[in-house]
Design a protein around this ligand. Structure first.
Ligand SMILES: NC(=O)c1ccc[n+]([C@@H]2O[C@H](COP(=O)([O-])OP(=O)(O)OC[C@H]3O[C@@H](n4cnc5c(N)ncnc54)[C@H](OP(=O)(O)O)[C@@H]3O)[C@@H](O)[C@H]2O)c1
Length: 220
């Protein structure tokens, strides 16, 4: 049975990643902040927990050892380069063959060719400004983290999530290279299906070195 490492496993997306990984028959190593270990209690001995901040290179390296894939929740919290520190910890420790799947949002663009609505751009700019003003997040560091990933020769995929909602799975989301593709105009994905797509990406070679933008399919 293959083993996957989930980096940032205790958040909402992280717990869905655990559920889908277990459903797919993977053994799971879970890295989460020490204060969040209790959030993973329900998984009992189905998973091995590595308590650490996700930019802790030493612990991330231990958790990744022997894994065939690493699923990373990239978050921009704090002003200490947490996102790029997390990306570096994973990129530096992962064996060459391991599939590396990262999460982020539509605001990240791999080739700069995504076209965004004015409303979207204003929302991102407002969040970035408020986040820096109140010192709770640094969106530009998530951009730096993704640049590091895009420049890596390892087999990475950066999954760009649309707006998210809770609820039971609606099936695998669709993906396109660019966020403005009309097929993605619903701009809404169940969080569980975001995780499902990331787990599915492990064995989808078409997604290597791609930054798929995802959404649930448009409803008639
Ligand atoms: N929210 C959205 O609307 C949205 C839309 C598109 C894409 N995304 C992407 O989806 C992924 C998951 O985001 P989410 O919003 O859905 O959140 P989430 O799944 O609840 O995950 C939040 C993560 O951030 C960690 N965290 C919380 N506060 C932190 C802090 N102060 N310092 C360091 N880590 C902290 C949490 O760890 P603990 O469990 O230890 O607290 C958890 O691992 C991200 O990659 C995000 O870019 C989100």
């Amino acid at each position: 049975m293959n083993r996957v490492c989930i980096v940032g496993a205790s958040g909402k997306l992280g717990q869905y990643l655990i559920e889908w990984s277990l459903k797919e028959g993977y053994r799971v190593n879970a890295v989460c902040r020490p204060q969040s270990v209790d959030k993973l209690q329900r998984f009992g001995d189905q998973i091995d927990i590595y308590p650490a901040w996700t930019d802790n290179q030493n612990v991330v390296a231990q958790a990744i050892e022997g894994c065939d894939a690493v699923l990373t929740v990239l978050v921009p919290w704090g002003l200490n380069d947490y996102s790029s520190g997390t990306a570096k910890a994973v990129l530096n420790s992962a064996p060459a063959h391991a599939r590396l799947i990262f999460s982020c949002g539509w605001h990240i663009s791999k080739d700069g060719k995504d076209q965004y609505s004015l409303a979207f751009r204003l929302l991102v700019a407002l969040f970035a400004k408020l986040a820096r003003l109140f010192r709770f997040a640094d969106l530009s560091d998530q951009v730096r983290a993704c640049s590091l990933i895009f420049n890596s020769t390892k087999p990475w995929t950066v999954v760009r999530g649309s707006n998210l909602e809770e609820g039971p799975s609606q099936g695998l989301p669709i993906w396109r290279k660019h966020t403005h593709d009309p097929a993605l105009s619903r701009n809404l994905t169940r969080r569980t299906d975001f995780a499902r797509f990331m787990v599915h990406a492990i064995n989808n070679n078409e997604l290597v070195h791609q930054a798929p933008a995802i959404s649930a399919v448009l409803q008639e």
